[in-house]
Design a protein around this ligand. Structure first.
Ligand SMILES: Cc1cc2nc3c(=O)[nH]c(=O)nc-3n(C[C@H](O)[C@H](O)[C@H](O)COP(=O)(O)OP(=O)(O)OC[C@H]3O[C@@H](n4cnc5c(N)ncnc54)[C@H](O)[C@@H]3O)c2cc1C
Length: 395
């Protein structure tokens, strides 16, 4: 049953009132605000000068070179193509590095679109995926500092995501799947595609070469942090973890070749079977330029929070807050109705226009009146997705 949810209150109040039992952790919001308006101004002021040398800096925050665009990119408030274009006059080295990272995001989307839930299993090498436990010992200052940032802001630079994933599995030998879930609960840019890829690559399941995290990276990327640690003179991660060689898994033919790339990509022009009465937005496309939204400028817009999924996933209130801020912003320009319930049910009983999303759950939609193409940076091909470089080379 879909219940209407009023956006007419401060976001924290809406969460407290309407999302009881549907989120985990302390109630709070990220300092990174949701909404098309904020996304547009972040893009307008984007300056990636120095990105290539500074993208991995951690502390002090003023040294960081990361763009912090990921929450907007993840929900297609900013498309990868738009961000790619926006840096075309940036210095060569910074532009090359930055655009390469945008392609990593696109690679994650292609991989997930092609192999779906298979991405929840070790891809090419046998890493520890399933052992239970908590791999983040917070008595260490470096771990505590980063986990605290994850919990209060719902966002981390790439470097510290790698620290946390490596510490969890490579050092502490806890299954990466659980660490991945734990991080996914908090990240306001959390996407299964990029998060699973990031964990698989860090722990070595994707490459056979686990990334080692040791004091060395902390001294280099967050100078001064170790001096604040109680273990400063007896650091448990003074040395890199022992190098291990992971057993290779027979490569799935789906990684080498896609027999149906058209199905993987979704439609390349709008598919229409009925006259829609609503535009339905999904988590994968919440921007003003959502293709279904643009094609139907006069229709009311609907967003349905998936109650069952939220109950199961127990995302942080920061994530829910980011969605609510985005919806409140959109409501200033479009006639928007928000519900708590089941988006698939809504689409089954109402004729809706929706934008294709390259994720396994999109298959749960039936009876769609209009399906609009997904805004790919590059259309999925049928060649290898075994590695980033193989994917880039394939046509
Ligand atoms: C363990 C782990 C988990 C991750 N989980 C997520 C996730 O859930 N969602 C997510 O969007 N990214 C994820 N990443 C990728 C990356 O860390 C973030 O996209 C990046 O840190 C976001 O910060 P930014 O926008 O400042 O990036 P910038 O460095 O400014 O890069 C610009 C954009 O390029 C893309 N990008 C950059 N680095 C990567 C990368 N390594 N892989 C894929 N795309 C990249 C992102 O869209 C990013 O917004 C993960 C990486 C790791 C190692």
């Amino acid at each position: 049953m879909n219940q209407p949810l009023s956006l007419d209150a401060p976001v924290l109040e809406i969460i407290e009132r309407g999302f009881q039992g549907l989120y985990s952790g302390e109630l709070g919001l990220s300092s990174i605000k949701g909404g098309q308006t904020t996304a547009d101004s972040a893009l307008e002021t984007l300056d990636i000068t120095g990105y290539a040398s500074k993208r991995s800096e951690v502390l002090p925050k003023s040294r960081r070179g990361a763009s912090v665009l990921s929450p907007y990119i993840r929900h297609n408030l900013l498309t990868l193509a738009q961000v790619h274009r926006a840096v075309k006059t940036a210095p060569y080295k910074d532009r090359e590095k930055f655009q390469d990272e945008l392609y990593w995001q696109e690679y994650a989307r292609h991989l997930y679109a092609r192999i779906g839930t298979r991405l929840f299993e070790n891809l090419r090498f046998e890493a520890n995926a399933k052992s239970q436990g908590d791999g983040w010992n917070r008595d260490m200052k470096c771990v505590d500092e980063v986990v605290s940032e994850l919990e209060t802001d719902g966002w981390l630079v790439n470097q510290t995501r790698m620290w946390l994933a490596s510490h969890w599995t490579v050092r502490n030998n806890i299954g990466w799947l659980h660490g991945q879930d734990r991080m996914y609960q908090e990240l306001i840019d959390g996407s299964r595609a990029a998060n699973l890829l990031g964990w698989q690559w860090t722990v070595g399941a994707g490459t056979g070469k686990p990334y080692g995290f040791a004091r060395w990276q902390v001294e280099k990327r967050a100078p001064g942090l170790c001096n604040q640690c109680q273990f400063s003179n007896a650091c448990p991660i003074q040395e890199f973890p022992e190098e291990v060689s992971l057993n290779r898994i027979d490569v799935d033919s789906l990684l080498e070749h896609d027999l149906d790339p058209e199905k993987t990509s979704g439609p390349s022009t709008a598919l229409k079977t009925d006259s829609p009465k609503y535009v339905l937005l999904t988590i994968d496309s919440m921007g003003d330029k959502d293709p279904a939204l643009v094609a139907n400028p006069d229709l009311p817009v609907v967003f349905v929070f998936n109650e069952e999924a939220l109950r199961k996933l127990q995302l942080s209130s920061r994530r829910i807050g980011f969605y609510l801020e985005t919806l409140q912003d959109l409501a200033q320009r479009r006639n928007l109705q928000v519900h708590l319930g089941n988006p698939y049910e809504f689409a089954k009983v109402n004729p809706v226009a929706v934008t294709f999303a390259p994720v396994p759950s999109f298959k749960k939609f039936t009876n769609l009146a209009e399906i609009h193409p997904y805004p790919w940076l590059q259309k999925p091909h049928s060649g290898s997705v075994k590695s980033f470089s193989a994917w880039r080379k394939s046509k």
